[in-house]
Write a protein that binds this ligand. Sequence first.
Ligand code: TPP
Length: 361
Amino acid sequence: MLDPKDFIKFLNKTGINFFCGVPDSCVYPFVKNLKKNYVLANEGTAVSFATGYYLSTKKVPLIYLQNSGLGNATDPITNLISKEIYNLPAILLIGWRGHPKFKDEKQHIVQGKILKKTLTSFGIKFQELINKKSLPKIKELIKFSKKKSRVVAILVNKKTFDDSKIIKKQYNSYNLKRSDVLLELLSQSSKSDKFFSSVGYNSRELYQLSIEKNISRKIFYLIGAMGHTAAVALGSNLFDKNNRNTICVDGDGSFLMHMGSLVNSGNLSKKNFKYLMLKNDKHESVGNIDLKFNMDFEKFSKAIGFKGFILTKNKKNLKKDIKKFLNYKGSVFHVAYVKNKTLDNLLRVRNINQIKEKFIF
Ligand SMILES: Cc1ncc(C[n+]2csc(CCOP(=O)(O)OP(=O)(O)O)c2C)c(N)n1
């Protein structure tokens, strides 16, 4: 294990002083210790932003990401900064989920198994960061990146960074609980409604509440594919023969990641499309990393074609707001500000096949 502060000092000594990315549960202790850092919409945006930094400073940037985000980043990595194109340097710090040596969730297995192969096939040199002993090799890797102007990757696993000194919970000022919103939504919804929920705590809480409160609904839980919840919901909405309500429950991180799909939803969806964003100003499920962005959601939703807008900031209005949301005669965009706090002993969505069967049939 490595103290993330020591690793940051090490990087600074090698001349790496610029950090941006999308957080992940392996890299979060590192991210929490950065003094200045840019949390960006998605991993491709982060690589591109870092490229802009290099073009202005000639200094090598570091981009942190999860291996599941590599897909988002491959276009700028291969078609912008690779040696065949502009040949620009960058250090990727990749959280390696689905590492063959560690037990992990289903959604990380495929990419976890082939991470090294993937990087090799892109011509990206890499080194695993395990503890202090790995540092000389990492130093060489960074030297190579600088000298040859190449993209290189440092791979970190769940145990690389010591997180014992991290203050895990720093709460936002909102009072409403995510579980209050989800329970109200489940309770007032009808059996024929179709739910889609985003990766992380939204899916996990919805799953837990529907089991604990014995409210059986058709719910398609996304346990990966961050940022794609609205697009899945939209496709289902347009082609659902029975015209059931489509309810999309999204996180603010997930919303931001592929915001274009909201533009598609506002433009294309039928009038029974209902989008609910649970805004906690964090990437909560991956170490509670701050995620702040300013946006007038009402103006945004209207501009992209949603007919209705609802904002819920406290428990007092929750019941009536959810009622309005579910009964709105037209597509509706609902934002609820929620505390970054989860239910205790949160379950993980596991029985995927059963969920699929129940949802489709
Ligand atoms: C493409 C991709 N990048 C990064 C991750 C890691 N990840 C999992 S959940 C999550 C945070 C999601 O944030 P948000 O939608 O706001 O939900 P919250 O965790 O706050 O409930 C991240 C970054 C991922 N799963 N996929």
